[in-house]
Design a binder for this molecule. Structure first.
Ligand code: T1G
Length: 697
């Protein structure tokens, strides 16, 4: 054995305990140790059955993702599963924590499975741009039927132990000590006198499904819409369909072919990059993991508007009692009303119960008294985006808030240092920039001020996970990471309108590239009046948008903006009135209007993000290029199968990126196309943003 797999005898049961922290990934060491342990148990006359459990916080969380891309080492998971399935003595898997991917596939290769109530089981490989490659697409449908298998495998969402028991994925749910229960179960089944149940032999459900091939076509159409642009869900469906058209071995071969195709795809490389990027984003080099944190048991939100209400819901969802303060009863009632209707809508969709709605509403305390925030551990200000107003609020909070309270601002652009300076406790001031709708969008920009204390940063980075957010640390500059880059992106989108495009041309190219919507449909959703007011306050102009706003066209909320919207649908309709305004304003800046193809539109908009992103990296506003990728995928619907703007640029090759940027500069598209020095340096070295990250920036 090796030190990753322990072998012990408990009566006539061989107990195999795998211990490979942090998540018992099924790396080569574990596979080797397991195979040797099972062969030893088979050969041991004292042994009648085998109990397989994992030490630490979880059962196997899957194959070792870090081994991907390396030559497969034997025993592979399939070879190990063959040994397990052909084992003449019953193998019982005892599941706790997460049985995911290769972990669940390993359990399905056992003869029996039991789980504790809190365990979750799933095949999330599709989130890595692959599919379950160790028999999951062949064994799971044999247990749960093709419809449920398609749903579990194409969404990658796990199920709980009780649901798994109802579906027959696990044979029992134990309330007791898992190790003892697994041994007892093994001892019990060893005494039974019938052939060992192998999942691979269960053909009833797939034979029945073979008569309903339309199920697969319907699934293809559904996931082509709901997982637009992603290859993996479609391959998952093909693999499951193979289970209904071939025998087990044939299906396993087809699964392997489809798995290998995905594993070598750019999409999977991007999604695997993104898996680790999300985890890297939590690590702050100068804020050690064990930094003492401030306790967050209660919260308070200043402002019950769209953002304040959404932010409060995150805390209620996490079970944190939260006070919401407003200046008028009417505003307070409106805010709480929106929160309740959001919860009721979620309950109607069956995602939470009516009881949950009441429980979460009960955690929210509306108030008109600023002093009611005095006991809160964290206070988040979400008032109107105006510096004077924010300074006034923070000056008041400085007096009222208890010592040690964290004072956070939800500003999306303003100077957090200036806001902190309005208090006598800048170390306790931090930016927590939520994205709208705040109860839905997963990204949280954690903005570190010059004086923000490390324990405040550590507390907020972990708090983000607690309230279901993915945190990215940003330094202070106008617009932090996300919105600063978005400015460069919009500048190019507008420039394309002046040069020859119409809003639908730009939006179609960006939508086809993979974003949920293009810049102008997005502007209509956010409301054109917001940025119009800021332009007027700062003396800036954007002629096309200014003319639309002067006509009262503020976007979806006025059923007219860059597009027209009917009362009953949010589908943008091109409007000849806008087309005329775009042409007129364009010809004021350029003598003629030119044809611009989708490739140039994409390059202008996306490389504007990349070039600005590189400057943000150079200035240390972002710690890593991969943090920028996390920001854009979770905050701005950048397609995860491209890995984020910086990873996308790496896949293009920074030499080609530099050449294109220089080309735009030479074509007179403005100094914004001065290449970022970091891109010039990395291209010259033949390096990438990933190399830059690995070198520690
Ligand atoms: N391989 C390698 N490292 C892994 C890993 C894995 N499968 N899962 C987690 N880690 C690392 C992670 O990078 C982090 O490292 C640490 O463990 C803690 O993770 C054939 C091919 C289990 C729900 O997709 O979803 O099986 O940052 O911070 O938030 O079909 O990790 O500390 O250095 O995420 O408590 C399928 C992936 C693989 C599950 C725990 N399995 N993991 O979440 O901790 S493909 C998955 C997770 C496969 C087969 C195929 C989560 C978790 P570090 P963490 P967490």
């Amino acid at each position: 054995m090796n030190d990753l797999v322990r072998y012990a005898l408990d009566g006539n049961v061989a107990v195999l305990t795998v211990d490979n922290p942090p998540v018992n990934a099924l790396g080569i060491g574990v596979r080797t140790g397991l195979k040797e342990a099972i062969e030893r148990a088979i050969a041991d006359p004292e042994v009648d059955a085998i109990a397989l459990v994992c030490a630490g916080r979880t059962f196997f969380a899957g194959a070792d993702i870090a081994e991907f891309g390396k030559p497969p080492a034997s025993p592979t998971l399939r070879e190990l599963h063959d040994v397990m399935e052909r084992c003449p003595k019953p193998i019982v898997a005892g599941i706790h924590g997460t049985a995911l991917g290769g972990g669940l596939e390993t359990a399905l290769a056992c003869h029996y499975r039991i789980a504790v109530p809190g365990a979750v089981l799933g095949l999330p490989e599709v989130k890595l741009g692959i599919l379950p490659g160790a028999g999951g697409t062949q064994r799971l449908p044999r247990l749960v039927g093709v419809e449920k298998a398609i749903e579990m495998i194409c969404t990658g969402e796990p199920i709980g132990a009780r649901q798994a028991h109802q579906m027959g994925v696990v044979d029992a749910v134990t309330e007791g000590d898992l190790r003892e229960a697994t041994i007892d179960y093994a001892d019990h089944v060893a005494a039974e006198d019938h052939p060992l149940p192998r999942v691979r032999d269960r053909d009833r459900l797939i034979a029945e499904a073979a008569r309903r091939p339309e199920v697969f076509q319907a699934a293809r159409e559904h996931y082509a819409k709901t997982r637009r642009g992603l290859m993996a869900p479609q391959h998952c469906i093909s693999a499951i369909q193979a289970a209904t058209e071939m025998d087990f071995e044939g299906g396993m071969r087809r699964e392997r072919e489809l798995f290998t195709e995905l594993l070598n795809s750019d999409q999977s490389k991007a999604q695997r990059h993104f898996f680790f990027a999300e985890r890297q984003a939590r690590k702050i080099p100068d804020v050690p993991r064990d930094t003492t944190q401030r306790e967050i048991a209660t919260a308070a939100i200043i402002g019950a508007g769209t953002m304040g209400g959404g932010i409060a819901m995150n805390f209620a969802n996490a079970g944190v009692p939260t006070v919401i303060v407003e200046t008028s009863q009417e505003a307070l009632d409106r805010g709480l009303g929106v929160i309740r209707s959001n919860y009721e809508r979620t309950a109607r969709k069956g995602r939470i119960s009516d009881k949950d709605v009441e429980a979460r509403m009960a955690l929210l305390t509306p108030s008109l008294e600023f002093t009611d925030v005095s006991d809160a551990d964290i206070i988040i200000e979400a008032v109107f985006e105006n510096m004077d107003l924010k300074k006034e609020v923070f000056a008041k909070l400085d007096i009222i808030a208890k010592p040690g309270a964290i004072l956070a601002t939800n500003t999306s652009t303003l100077d957090v240092n200036a806001i902190a300076a309005a208090t006598a406790r800048p170390p306790s001031v931090i930016g927590l920039h939520f994205f709208s709708p705040a109860n839905v969008m997963r990204l949280l920009e954690v903005v570190r001020g010059d004086k923000t204390a490390k324990d405040v940063i550590a507390t907020c980075m972990d708090l983000a996970k607690r309230i279901g957010k993915v945190p990215v640390l940003a330094g202070v500059c106008h617009g932090f990471i996300g919105n600063r880059m978005l400015h460069a992106y919009f500048d190019q989108a507008y420039a394309l309108l002046y040069e020859g495009c119409q809003p639908r041309d730009v939006d179609k190219a960006i939508h086809d590239f993979g974003l949920k919507m293009g810049p102008f449909a997005m502007a209509d959703l956010a409301g054109l009046d917001v940025s119009w007011r800021i332009r007027k306050e700062t003396g800036q102009t954007q002629p096309i948008a200014d003319r639309l706003c002067e006509l009262g066209r503020f976007g979806q909320k006025t059923e007219a903006g860059f597009y027209r919207y009917s009362q009953y649908s949010r589908t943008p309709q091109p409007d000849p009135e806008v087309a005329a305004i775009v042409e007129e304003e364009g010809l004021k800046l350029h003598d003629t209007r030119r044809e611009i193809d989708a490739e140039e539109i994409v390059n202008r908009c996306m490389l504007a993000l990349v070039n600005e992103g590189a400057k943000i990296l150079e200035e240390g506003i972002a710690l890593r290029a991969s943090d920028i990728d996390v920001t854009y995928v979770h905050g701005y619907s950048f397609p995860v199968y491209r890995g984020g703007p910086m990873f996308w640029a790496d896949m293009l090759g920074l030499d080609r990126v530099l050449e294109t940027i220089k080309g735009f500069h030479a074509a007179g598209h403005g100094d914004v196309w001065q290449p970022a020095p970091l891109i010039e340096r990395l291209a010259a070295e033949g390096s990438s943003f990933q190399d830059h990250d690995q070198a520690g920036g």
